[in-house]
Ligand binder design. Sequence first.
Ligand SMILES: Nc1ncnc2c1ncn2[C@@H]1O[C@H](COP(=O)(O)OP(=O)(O)OP(=O)(O)O)[C@@H](O)[C@H]1O
Length: 355
Amino acid sequence: MSRLELRGIVRRYGTVAALDGVDLTVPSGTLTAVLGPSGCGKTTLLRCVAGFERIDAGEIVVDGQVVAGPTAHTPPQRRQIVIVPQEGALFPHLSVRDNVGYGLSRAERRRGRIDEALSLVGLAGYGERMPHQMSGGQQQRVAVARALAPRPSLILLDEPFSALDAGLRAELRHDVRSALRADRATGILVTHDQGEALSTADQIAVMREGVIVQHGSPTSVYRRPADAWVATFVGDAILLPAQAEPGHRDDPAVLSTALGPVAVAGLPSGHGALTVLVRPEQVRITAPPAPQAVIATVTGDDFHGHDALVTVRLPDGTHVTARIPAPADPMATGTRVGVQVEGTGLAWRVPEPAE
Ligand SMILES: Nc1ncnc2c1ncn2[C@@H]1O[C@H](COP(=O)(O)OP(=O)(O)OP(=O)(O)O)[C@@H](O)[C@H]1O
């Protein structure tokens, strides 16, 4: 169990700042998912924490000890930090047992740490198999067991489930999360899959262009995204234009949008153009249209088993997609429905165009 602190980390490649002042704290025994689009610096961040890359500015502190900074660079083998890569991490010529025991002392092997690590990932009894006798998902479990076995200060997971199909991914991330918790390990999970980040991590750090733009619990990042970009990156978002009037003093204020009235808490002060965020599950669809609902026309219905994504055209011509519990019959294209927003939305001021 270790606490990780990143303070103002900068890592440049020529003129590109892959990391441009990253601040992040990962409390002991917790898992933080670093979520961001391709090229935002996620892998560079892991490589700096592990010690494979030197940093140009800032400090990396593990349990109060500076492992990288202006005058320090502890080499990777002395950081007690392990990385679990996407795939192909196992030695093909070694048994599962020998793979897991690779970095362990003889004493730890004797104390039964290999079997303990295999049980943590649900593979008790698989020690004598060779990697090629295991499925892709089982091989990733072995890789996680091998990483956990020496009880590292930190475990860094670099998109470890990305090569697996959807069902196996969900099962494995759940089991890996349980294994990390059982071992009270501190970890960072890098992913660009927002569902994975929301369902697996204790904290989410959203990264954009080499900076952490928001850090918080999955619920806080989903419910109170820092800006419209985070809102669309973490979850599906409906963004609607609205206008703040000087008379809006209530909290929540009720704004007029193409989806009808939307209650917004914590409205920015002053008047001007706003962007209002509503999540697709907040849109209620009624057929026949409920009184006071905005009248819309169904243009698409995607059935997903547990729910359905229904796209409608609003009177102003814009299309929005609602997530509703799957109806018994699909909503036919052209059906006239009513749409209303439930709960509260969020709003941000639209930046003035530069002169
Ligand atoms: N060795 C390198 N030399 C030069 N530029 C690099 C190097 N490694 C990374 N970069 C650049 O740094 C930026 C961040 O790259 P990084 O691989 O960390 O992103 P990422 O978020 O992990 O992307 P992905 O999700 O696609 O793996 C990119 O602009 C990339 O081109």
